[in-house]
Design a protein around this ligand. Structure first.
Ligand SMILES: [Fe+2]
Length: 311
């Protein structure tokens, strides 16, 4: 008999749970798999503690929640052989490129609030992360719940954005970040992969996703990614820009209280609901290394599409 235990991440958060007792053996148990899926649907972010730190374990945990999906960018390195399909490596080598400045702090690995694959029509169900090289300082992964964000933003903005559709395009040039941009922000040096990624995605149409959507369980989710947002469908550029700016500023403000930043341990893995949560990465000093392994769980919420381009 396998016992999985769990507890809320923080008393005042509807999102997140710490989960213990997960092993490759326990994951064979159908009752455990069902329990984890139910908990994931309820909490949107599960942090598995004291798990075997291996790609095989990451695949075992990931496939509880759905089939793996390969990463859409060919420029992203893969880990292991065919049986580890879908485990990608996100590595920062000490003092390599990819630096931003916020105020007087220069850092690597900083990423703004976003949901994954917003530049795509289909939205992956979830991502699973493990840190295989942990910097002594910074490099935390942040999460904020779209259900809580929907409740937290001001009522007039909520009303204005409720029926809007946001346009997105792949954009890894952080210097061009327009929405949710920190005060006194600059890109010091683009990441080494950014050029190849931008070239690969140059000819793709923009993707459209609703700003707010309703879960099967009835909660409304504010699901706007400040990163890679390009405008609001049906509004002219100025109007769309002004509303997007207000919404994204409110998201960033609300996230100060509502977010959870995970400080990694080598035996942690976590899964987040990409249809519900936004995530981000805190920066870290460039002289440290950091390496994350990541899988993507396939699926789609069925509300995204590509823009129809008329010629
Ligand atoms: Fe991401």
């Amino acid at each position: 008999m396998t016992t999985i235990t769990h507890e809320p991440l923080r008393d005042n958060l509807g999102m997140g749970a710490r989960v213990r007792g997960v092993t490759q053996a326990s994951l064979q148990d159908d009752a455990v798999r069902a329990q984890l899926n139910e908990l994931f649907e309820l909490r949107g972010l599960l942090i598995f503690e004291d798990v075997e730190p291996s790609p095989a374990m990451q695949v075992a945990i990931s496939t509880v929640f759905g089939p793996l999906k390969d990463h859409p960018s060919k420029a992203t390195p893969r880990v292991g052989g065919d049986d580890m399909l879908g485990v990608i490596e996100i590595r920062h080598r000490p003092n390599s490129g990819g630096r931003v400045r916020i105020g007087d702090q220069v850092m690597s690995q900083w990423l703004p609030w976003h949901f994954d694959h917003c530049y795509n029509d289909a939205l992956n169900r979830a991502g699973v992360l493990r840190s295989v090289e942990i910097p002594p300082e910074g490099g935390m992964t942040g999460f904020v719940d779209g259900i809580a964000l929907y409740e937290a933003i001001s009522s007039d903005v909520r009303e204005q954005i409720a029926d809007k559709t946001i346009m997105y395009a792949m954009d890894v040039i952080l210097g061009d970040l327009r929405y949710g941009r920190p005060v006194d922000f600059a890109e010091v040096e683009a990441s080494p992969e950014s050029k190849a990624v931008m070239e690969e995605f140059a000819d793709r149409p923009r993707a459209l996703h609703p700003a707010v959507w309703t879960r099967r369980s009835g909660e409304k989710v504010l699901h706007v990614s400040p990163w890679m947002a390009k405008g609001i469908d049906g509004l002219d550029d100025n109007e769309g820009d002004a509303l997007l700016k207000i919404v994204c500023d409110e998201i960033v403000d609300a996230a100060r209280d509502l977010s959870y930043f995970h400080q990694w341990k080598p035996t942690d893995m976590l899964i987040w609901d990409n249809w519900r949560c936004l995530h981000s990465v805190s920066g870290m000093p460039a002289e440290y290394g950091r390496c994350m392994h990541r899988t993507t769980i396939a699926g789609d919420y069925g509300l995204g599409r590509f823009e129809t381009v008329t010629t």
